[in-house]
Design a protein around this ligand. Structure first.
Ligand code: GDP
Ligand code: MG
Length: 333
């Protein structure tokens, strides 16, 4: 009963289908009109697809802004403006869709052409419309190219790493501490919100990479005379910072009085609520040890490498607290 039902072999049916298609195509009556129409139709198709693809490559490479880590999103917003990006990428998407519909429309028109001349004319008309769409988004393309240049140097701060941010007035020893904590020359990245580079470096703790950043121009003066971009940059740091190392220079050789430094400390601790802060008193080599009465703070000399080990222990305590749950999890499994 089922003998009439054929067995299906995919290779076989594919082979058969393609061979037949080729044969039909070859045997189809090919007058000049058909040949030209086919050629013009291919040109319209390939040109449209290639254009759309070139535009799509741009749209596609942009991440979905809503899904970015908040720090990265804020940075992109500061550098390029997410609304601006969205608007211009939207224009590109619109152009892609329009090119696709023009393509479909002209494939149809060419199929209906009565003469080879008409087919060629239609193809040229179609090319003209492709170009006019591109002209319409010329400004958007220019804007996106410019923003891309700004974004391509988006610094190598990794928002997924545990991040320690160093704060304190200029010349208190932030860069010196960064170097002695990480035993390395920091990578200097330029950001649009500060004329000075942001220094990024890292060290290993229990095979975890711990990132340390020094942000000159951001957490090194009082907030009152800050411009909106700097304020936004500071708010971006809130997403990033797990621990702040606030450096005091009690020798005041940095040029700022302890009173001013305390004021900045208070501002930062009020701004970064929920972020641990370690108070560090630097340049201890210039003063007698034990001159600081603040028992919570740690006296160090970043330059001479004094008490850096004690500071590291203190940092490790914070890391242990932070990663405790994970460690617990690993031990149990
Ligand atoms: N005596 C002494 N000088 C230091 C110490 N740490 C930094 N300095 C000096 O203070 C100045 C500013 O240091 P720097 O790390 O560039 O400070 P930043 O502006 O906060 O990054 C430099 O001249 C350093 O040599 C320290 O522990 N002791
Ligand atoms: Mg510095």
């Amino acid at each position: 009963m089922f003998k009439e039902v054929p067995l299906i072999e995919i290779d076989e049916i594919v082979d058969k289908a393609f061979k037949l298609a080729k044969k039909k195509a070859l045997s189809s009556k090919k007058n000049l009109n058909e040949i030209v129409k086919e050629k013009e139709s291919i040109r319209v198709t390939v040109a449209g697809e290639t254009l759309a693809e070139s535009l799509f490559k741009v749209v596609d490479r942009y991440p979905s802004f809503d899904r970015l880590p908040p720090f990265t999103r804020e940075l992109i917003d500061i550098i390029a403006g997410i609304d601006t990006l969205r608007h211009n990428l939207g224009a590109l998407s619109f152009a892609i869709n329009t090119i696709n519909s023009i393509k479909v429309e002209y494939i149809k028109n060419i199929r209906r052409a009565k003469t080879p001349q008409e087919a060629s004319f239609l193809r040229k008309e179609c090319y003209g419309r492709y170009i006019s769409i591109l002209k319409q988004i010329e400004r958007n393309i220019k804007v996106l190219n410019k923003l891309r240049d700004k974004l391509k140097n988006l610094p190598s701060i990794n928002p997924d790493l545990y991040t320690i941010v160093i704060a304190g007035f200029p010349n208190v020893g932030k860069s010196s501490l960064l170097k002695s904590l990480t035993n390395s020359e920091p990578e200097i990245n330029s950001y649009p919100f500060t004329t000075k580079g942001i220094n990024v470096s890292s060290f290993e703790y229990n095979r975890r990479k711990i990132q340390v950043v020094d942000t000159p121009g951001l957490l090194d003066r009082e907030f009152k005379d800050r411009n909106p971009i700097e304020l936004q940059a500071i708010s971006a740091l809130k997403y990033l910072a797990k621990l702040i190392l606030f450096i005091f220079d009690p020798t005041e050789s940095c040029g700022y009085s302890m009173e001013m430094q305390l004021k900045l400390y208070k501002e930062i601790s009020n701004e970064f609520i929920g972020v641990s802060i370690i108070k560090i008193y630097n340049k201890a080599d210039l003063k007698e040890w034990g001159y600081i009465t603040d028992k919570q703070g740690i006296e160090i000399s970043a330059q001479e490498g004094l008490n850096i080990d004690i500071l590291k222990k203190e940092i490790e305590k914070k890391l242990i607290d932070y990663f405790e749950e994970e460690v617990y999890y690993y031990e149990k499994n």
